[in-house]
Design a protein around this ligand. Structure first.
Ligand code: SF4
Length: 348
């Protein structure tokens, strides 16, 4: 198996090319070709001398993902793909069209060890970490798709399969490649990492002092209930997570986003909203309220619109900004891992 070209950062690629007797500028030329001009093979990089193109083809793989299945929502505004990695493991990504935005939700792992009860990926279990190149390759795949109609990806969220802070280094390397001016060149504030609350990861992320956004999948501030939804809450309680979030805000002066999936009659009362307010009031934050994406393995149902409205009013009355997010692509199983879970028997 040849190494994946997308796994190399610029310095590593420069070192490899120097070893091949190539001048230093070739690395940037290759990066521009693969990350900006979206070339898919060395043969297409005609700015390179032919012997170098042949050497690259011999040494590196340019193919990280094999598309297996695509489904689109009826309105065409959500597209989800299931890919196979080189060793057969599944990974998913979802593209959402929203007004001028083209937001791509990508995965950091195949499967997930966290085991959230409401999540199809959690129900599937952990397969393996993705390499940084496999994370980046999801973005390149959709960038090429959009380029066919002269569109571009505007935002990337690492919120698909997996817990990114359990694959911290590869996730950060991937973001750096996506953000690098000679790489994909997407602004740091258009890149978001979403975690269920792996406290050491939040601290490390804060200490990295990047401008990437941080989102926390909170869903409730009741520790007992949260532990039943997200088992790792037994290790990192709500209070510890919020303290780590305060550290992040203090360190970066960046606003944090809390994701709150509203589950009918479970965590969606005005009492639940009051409890949330008491915990996060005064923090530089924003709350995304998302009526639950139903999955086959979890019986919870999405909160109805009137209750969502009441919940949001409690937050706003207490000065906490919030947005009700559309549940996109429900009919195509666009909650993380749903498509892969359906198809997994093909991979095992
Ligand atoms: S919600 Fe995220 S962290 Fe939880 S099981 Fe699913 S993929 Fe893993």
């Amino acid at each position: 198996m040849r190494p994946l070209i997308y796994d190399l950062d610029l310095a590593e690629l420069e070192a490899e090319l120097t070893a091949l007797g190539q001048p230093g500028f070739r690395a940037k030329q290759i990066w521009v070709a693969i990350y900006q001009k979206l070339k898919t093979s060395p043969e297409e990089i005609t700015t390179l001398p032919k012997p170098l193109r042949e050497a690259l083809a011999e040494r590196y793989s340019f193919q990280a993902l094999e598309p297996v299945k695509r489904i689109e929502s009826a309105d065409g505004l959500t597209v989800k793909d299931l890919f196979r990695l080189h060793d057969g493991f599944p990974v998913e990504a979802v593209l959402m069209y929203y007004e001028e935005r083209r937001t791509l939700c990508i995965s950091s792992q195949s499967g997930c060890a966290i085991g959230c009860s409401f999540c199809a990926t959690g129900q599937m279990g952990f397969k393996r970490h993705l390499t940084s190149g496999e994370i980046v390759a999801q973005v390149l795949y959709y960038a090429r798709l959009l380029a066919e109609t002269e569109q571009r990806i505007t935002n990337v969220v690492v919120m698909g399969m997996g817990e990114p802070f359990l694959n911290f280094d590869n996730t950060m390397s991937a973001l750096d490649r996506l953000n690098h001016p000679e790489g994909f060149g997407l602004g740091a504030r258009r890149l978001t990492v979403s975690t269920v609350g792996i406290v050491p990861g939040i601290i490390k992320f804060a200490d990295a002092e990047t401008q990437y956004n941080l989102a926390i999948s909170l869903h409730t501030v009741d520790n007992e209930f949260r532990s039943s939804l997200i088992p790792v809450n037994r290790k990192y309680s709500v209070e510890e997570i919020l303290n780590a979030c305060r550290y992040y805000i203090q360190k970066t002066s960046r606003r944090i986003t809390f994701e709150y999936a509203l589950i009918d009659n479970i965590n969606d009362s005005t009492k639940d909203a009051d409890a949330l307010v008491r915990k996060i009031r005064g923090m530089m934050c924003h709350v995304n309220l998302i009526p639950l994406n139903p999955t086959t393995g979890y019986s919870g149902q999405p909160t109805q619109a009137d209750k969502v409205q009441k919940f949001s009013e409690v937050l706003e009355a207490n000065g906490i900004p919030c947005t009700v997010r559309l549940r996109r692509g429900i009919e195509i199983g666009a909650g993380c891992g749903q498509l892969a879970a359906e198809e997994l028997s093909n991979f095992d």
